[in-house]
Design a protein around this ligand. Structure first.
Ligand SMILES: Cc1cc2nc3c(=O)[nH]c(=O)nc-3n(C[C@H](O)[C@H](O)[C@H](O)COP(=O)(O)OP(=O)(O)OC[C@H]3O[C@@H](n4cnc5c(N)ncnc54)[C@H](O)[C@@H]3O)c2cc1C
Length: 432
């Protein structure tokens, strides 16, 4: 194994593979190090790859070339109680033609493809190569120590793209040793095998069209929500649960997931499906205010390692931010090499690039979103208000009707109380 490169990227997830691809395309001699037997071996996520214009610049034929499952034409938000559900749905022909707005993907396939593209562009791609320390000269990072061939791999610059628990950012002193459970979530997911015709019939899809569903009210009061995404011939379904709230509830993620899968509305969609795998992973949900430092002497941090991920309740975005930040990190390194300066000051342009892009602009815009997601009533009381209201609207039982406004206020007063309703509405308004 070679011991020296012009740059090293730690982690071949979307951020790392994009960074290595960008560097290799700029003619930089880069090593992409992945601890798994292949990129994506153990990587998981909900399943929705949002549109990534930066990657479409690298691959103008992205949607023909990448291993995508389905392009998403319909997005739904469902409020659930134990036996009822109210769904808001949006579908458009605009999402059914290129440039598509988003796709479902399976990470082992997608991540392996992107890492392979980095290798084809010229990156040295080393798997089963776990980084367990940094090589430091003073405060400057000068390479990594790996659990492979007992080795050191030297490089004047390292991009840390090793995910939410980034050991690399920790060792470089860029993030705090303890992660705050109130700013982290855990995702648990089941991959359910379903024949293609069953998926298309049940979800009303044709060709490679896909559907995405988000659920509120399926977590027994624990802060969080559910998701369901259609793949080609399987369905990804799971829960995202805030760790602090989960800990306080005393519940286990798998019990909550099993109860979710048995909800009458879900059970109907998944009936006859065979469980292929369960998986779980941590999500950084602290947003803009929980980001670590993004660079030091000889090091940059990208993707989840930099906390570049956020949830608004309608979307959970991470992969598009990871890929974009990886490409911007690569661009910064390529420019800094030309000036011969890889100090924290020179690499600081990375932050400016992120600030100038949707990555930090969106994170900033939604920096208060975590506050809204901490309204506990969102997860049980409000789904009951919405479903209770709809039941009263639709139930015809011979009793006199009431005006809709009065009915809604009456239901909200019963379940939540007007003061709390107004306070929550104000928090939500300020958050998004
Ligand atoms: C349940 C769940 C649902 C989600 N749903 C969505 C969604 O629908 N849409 C969306 O856009 N985002 C979603 N996300 C977020 C998204 O998955 C992440 O934001 C994204 O994967 C971040 O990419 P990354 O490359 O920064 O990190 P990762 O994907 O975590 O990749 C890190 C890589 O580094 C490797 N690695 C780690 N440590 C080392 C080491 N020491 N040495 C070598 N290699 C190492 C890992 O094996 C891995 O390959 C979800 C996340 C979860 C958990």
């Amino acid at each position: 194994m070679r011991r020296s490169f012009e740059a090293v990227v730690v982690g071949a997830g979307p951020a790392g593979a994009a960074a290595a691809l960008g560097l290799a395309r700029s003619g930089v001699d880069v090593a992409l190090l992945e601890r798994g037997a292949f990129a994506g071996e153990k990587n998981m996520f909900g399943g929705l790859l949002h549109r990534m214009p930066a990657l479409e610049t690298v691959f103008p034929d992205f949607w023909d070339r990448a291993p995508l499952e389905r392009h998403v034409v319909r997005k739904s938000l469902c409020f659930l109680t134990g036996e009822a559900g109210f769904t808001v749905q949006f579908e458009t022909g605009a999402f059914d033609r290129p440039p598509y707005n988003g796709y479902t993907v399976l990470r082992p396939v997608y991540d392996a493809w992107l890492a392979e593209e980095a290798r084809r562009a010229g990156a040295t791609y080393l798997t089963r190569c776990t980084v367990d320390d940094l090589i430091l000269e003073g405060d400057a990072v000068r390479g990594v120590r790996v659990l492979r061939d007992g080795g050191e791999i030297r490089a004047p610059v390292v991009i840390a793209a090793d995910g939410v628990l980034s050991l690399t950012a920790l060792k470089a002193g860029l993030r705090a040793p303890r992660l705050d459970p109130d700013r982290m979530a855990v995702g648990v997911k089941a991959l359910i095998d379903l024949p293609r015709p069953a998926i298309e019939d049940r979800f009303g899809l044709v060709r490679d069209q896909g559907a995405s569903m988000e659920f509120v009210g399926c977590t027994a009061g624990v802060r969080g929500g559910g998701f369901l995404y259609t793949n080609r011939d399987s369905v990804s379904v799971g829960l995202v649960l805030h760790i602090g709230s989960l800990r306080d509830s005393g519940r286990t993620p798998y019990d909550l997931l099993n109860a979710f899968l048995e909800h009458p509305m879900l059970a109907k969609l998944l009936r006859g499906g065979r469980l292929l795998e369960y998986s779980a992973h941590v999500i950084p949900e602290g947003g803009y205010d929980a980001m670590p430092r993004l660079c030091g002497d000889g090091i940059l941090v990208a993707g989840d390692a930099a906390g570049l991920c956020y949830a608004t309740g309608l979307n959970l975005e991470g992969i598009n931010l990871a890929v974009h930040s990886g490409l911007l990190a690569a661009e910064t390194v390529a420019e800094a090499r030309q000036s011969g300066d890889l100090s924290a000051r020179a690499l600081g342009h990375y932050r400016e690039k992120l600030e100038g892009s949707f990555v930090l602009q969106d994170l900033k815009l939604f920096r208060r979103a975590p506050r809204m997601l901490h309204i506990d009533r969102l997860y049980e009381a409000y789904p009951e208000v919405i479903c209770g209201f709809m039941e009263r609207v639709y139930r015809i039982d011979g009793s006199p009707k009431r005006r809709l406004g009065k009915l809604l206020v009456g239901t909200a007063r019963e379940k939540v109380g007007l003061r709390a309703l107004l306070a929550d509405a104000l928090t939500a308004w300020r958050s998004v």
